[in-house]
Design a protein around this ligand. Structure first.
Ligand code: C2O
Ligand code: CU
Length: 499
């Protein structure tokens, strides 16, 4: 066990060196691909106004489903992080922002107002919706200017645990995230209580830090080897941390709360709690465990798998994991240990009616080194599994690093210099991610849910590609438009679009 002040305490923030991810974009061409087009050419790429996008949306409409409307505001928000009061950017007046809850096949309308001093937009992470509502400024829509409004309206295709965030600058490493839960009207859940647990790595406003200064520090450190400068936790050459992230965050939050002021989840003793976990962090992979409890993993990125029991789960940035927990009477720590980094996030699980005092929390818990699901072993349930079949072709996606700068590449290029991956509508392609770097990259695809190219074929939209390793997924291109394929590390993503 590590000393408590090292686990929970607030430390001066210091960024470590290096990194950037490139975005490639994946393009659906409904009217024929042009494999001979010049690299980077946009001549044949589908615009968000293409009639194929509205036609695809019409196929998603189901008679008799609801049409909920939600008002959503982005603006400055003041948060109290265990006594440290900071002003950040958020949705509504809380961090995380307000929950949006709908049913699958509802047509959701979100009337959005931007009260931030800068442009933004909203991306609906994991929802395979119409392309012109995907919320990527410069690709699927114009940025929504300060003081501006935008109405998002789309059919929500699949049930599950999702979330939304901007796709703009370093916004995501502020408080700009919130859950969107899509219920399955045909399947009432088999549990007694339900909660949402959102993880986030926090530096904004702490000791004068901002995501921009952290990024600037990383860029200044340039192509230095990973693990060059890491706070007081390790000093030079701590490669272990560098593999999982560049930034040594002073705080890890659960539902917007610092470890010194944790949130408490309650559920009846002996009852089943469904916990929907979301990693909204920018540069941190979390390993979550509950003291004295096992967890049954039921969903990955919102999609059902055959349930697997374990002691701990791993969530990289953008990923979601739903678990069922049979609650033991008493009060138990929920510890989100930051993989490869010091410190952790904390919450409590308390059985209804229990009044016993919470013990001193420790991290890691014994459960952190227990059984953990390998997503490659997960088996998609019949309802969500891809049809059997071989891919039509294979596309290699090389994840690289420019050693001379804080810059990450896909197939050797940063975003803007890249050659889009062109995929015919209806094609089934196998994306083979090959990570040539000493850093993990959670690769996320917009507009689709891929199936792991494993025996079980779990459906996911974000997949952690290990250091110097590879991972393969199949994608059936059934949603026309231009779609981002990118690393969900906010620093990698942002640095890859700067010159
Ligand atoms: Cu969570 Cu491109 O997004
Ligand atoms: Cu990355």
């Amino acid at each position: 066990m590590v000393a408590p002040d090292r686990v929970w305490g607030r430390r001066r923030f210091l960024a470590t060196s290096s990194a950037v991810a490139a975005g490639v974009w994946l393009t659906g061409c409904s009217t024929g691909k042009r494999p001979d087009a010049a690299p980077g050419s946009t001549g044949s790429l589908m615009l968000p106004t293409d009639p194929a996008i509205a036609a695809r949306e019409a196929q998603r409409q189901v008679a008799g489903r609801g049409s909920p409307t939600v008002d959503l505001v982005a603006g400055p928000v003041t948060v109290d992080l265990g006594g440290i009061v900071v002003v950040t950017s958020g949705f509504g007046d809380t961090v995380p922002g307000p929950l949006i809850r709908v049913r699958a096949r509802d047509e959701l309308t979100v009337r959005f107002t931007n009260r931030l001093p800068d442009p933004t937009a909203i991306h609906w992470h994991g929802l395979a919706i119409r392309n012109d509502m995907d919320g990527v400024p410069g690709l699927t829509q114009d940025p929504i200017e300060a003081g501006g409004e935008f109405t998002y309206r789309f059919v929500v295709p699949d049930p599950g645990t999702f979330w939304f965030h901007p796709h703009m600058g370093m916004d995501l490493d502020r408080g700009m995230y919130a859950p969107i839960i899509v219920d399955d009207p045909d399947e009432p859940g088999d549990y007694d209580a339900e909660d949402i647990l959102i993880l986030d790595d926090w530096l904004d406003g702490i000791d004068g830090g901002t995501p921009e200064t952290a990024l600037a520090d990383l860029r200044a450190a340039g192509g230095m080897d990973h693990g060059g400068m890491m706070g007081d936790g390790g000093g030079r050459g701590m490669m272990g941390m560098a593999a999982f992230g560049d930034v040594d965050y002073p705080l890890h939050l659960i539902n917007g709360r610092a470890p010194s002021d944790p949130v408490t989840f309650t559920a009846p003793p002996g009852g089943r709690l469904r916990l929907r976990m979301i990693n909204a962090g920018s540069d941190t992979v979390y390993r979550v465990a509950i003291g004295g409890h096992a967890m049954t993993v039921t969903h990955l990125d919102g999609f059902a798998i055959r349930p697997v029991e374990g002691d701990t789960v791993l969530l990289s940035m953008g990923e979601r994991v739903d678990v069922l927990v049979t609650v033991t009477e008493g009060v138990w720590p929920i510890v989100a240990s930051a993989e490869g980094k010091p410190r952790a996030g904390l919450a409590w699980l308390r059985s209804t009616g229990s009044t016993i005092a919470a013990p001193e929390p420790v991290s890691p818990l014994p459960e952190h080194s227990g059984r953990m699901l390998d997503v490659g072993d997960a088996v998609a349930t019949e309802v969500v599994a891809y049809p059997q079949g071989a891919p039509d072709r294979q596309i290699d996606v090389w994840l690289g690093q420019d050693m001379s700068a804080y810059r990450w590449t896909i197939n050797g290029a940063t975003f803007g210099d890249h050659d889009p991956l062109r995929i015919e509508s209806g094609e089934r392609v196998r994306l083979v991610f090959r990570n040539d770097t000493m850093m993990v990259h959670p690769m996320h695809l917009h507009g689709h849910t891929f199936a792991l190219a494993t025996t079980g074929g779990a459906r996911k939209d974000t997949l952690l590609v290990p250091v110097m390793g590879s991972a393969s997924v199949d994608v059936i291109a059934d949603n026309p438009g231009q779609w981002m394929l990118h690393c969900h590390n906010t620093y990698h993503l942002e640095a890859s679009t700067l010159r």
